[in-house]
Design a protein around this ligand. Structure first.
Ligand code: ADP
Ligand code: MG
Length: 236
């Protein structure tokens, strides 16, 4: 029952071999499960952009990634698809708690990412939530440990790590640092360092940025393990 457009077990086996995405012209060419593919096609996403083709392929192979591609190149799906696939392949369920974290620079961007996540992930059974403040900390705290995929802002996440006594990131499978250059431009460098210290060592991390500044490379060094660099410059 695992995967892709075929009904036998081959799609699952592909995941444990090295998968080369360079020839993937359509999302259906990737070894992704039916639920994710349905989420994509129902939103009229048929063909990956360049950053998606490269980053999704590498992420499905389990790599940590530093992905650089300019604004508008499609970085959001380049991490939402790997998140859904990672949790699905781990048979993650609502009872398993926090499995994936997406860190966004601003509430507005977190909200936009959450909207895309809801659309693409709607055929999965994962729970998803926003942790961006604007509500009492306690209200968010009750949900955060029970939510499978959390989209958050750095300041609010660290606040939970510091103040929510039962906050627990130990089960995290995959972490995304989105728009890392903006996160750092906004002065969240120390906050990010503190967050990363609170994350379990055994995890997959995907870092995306429109530009590759010195401080992005510093953050990458701190947060990624043997990363693969993906750099794409295209007209989206
Ligand atoms: P970035 O984060 O790199 O700035 P986004 O993920 O926000 O880019 O995507 C930019 C725009 O491109 C969005 O409107 C999105 O819906 C669209 N888009 C993304 N991927 C695809 C795709 N594979 N096919 C068609 N449109 C896409
Ligand atoms: Mg983006």
């Amino acid at each position: 029952s695992m995967c892709s457009s075929d009904t036998n077990s081959s799609a699952r086996e592909i995941k444990f071999e090295y998968f080369d995405s360079s020839k993937c012209e359509k999302f259906e060419d990737f070894p992704i499960c039916k639920k994710t593919l349905k989420g994509l096609t129902s939103s009229k996403f048929m063909k990956p952009t360049d950053i998606q083709r490269e980053a999704i392929g590498l992420a499905l192979n389990g790599n940590d990634i530093l992905g650089a591609a300019k604004t508008g190149s499609g970085k959001t799906l380049a991490f939402i698809i790997p998140i859904l696939e990672h949790l699905y392949s781990e048979k993650w369920s609502q009872n398993d708690g926090l499995g994936a974290l997406i860190i966004s620079p601003t509430r507005e961007l977190a909200f936009q990412t959450f909207e895309v996540l809801k659309k693409i992930g709607k055929f999965h059974d994962f729970s998803a939530g926003l942790v961006i403040g604007g509500k009492p900390l306690k209200e968010e705290a009750g949900r955060i440990n029970r939510t499978n995929i959390v989209v958050c802002t750095p300041g609010r996440l660290l606040q939970h790590m510091d103040e929510t006594t039962y906050f627990n990131a130990d089960s995290l499978q995959i972490v995304v640092l989105d728009e890392a250059d903006r996160i750092l431009d906004m002065g969240f460098s120390q906050t990010m360092n503190a967050i990363i210290e609170n994350l379990p060592a055994e995890r997959q991390t995907l870092l995306f940025s429109a530009t590759q500044t010195r401080s992005v490379k510093d953050l990458a060094r701190l947060s990624l393990t043997d990363p693969v660099f993906v750099s794409v410059h295209e007209n989206a």
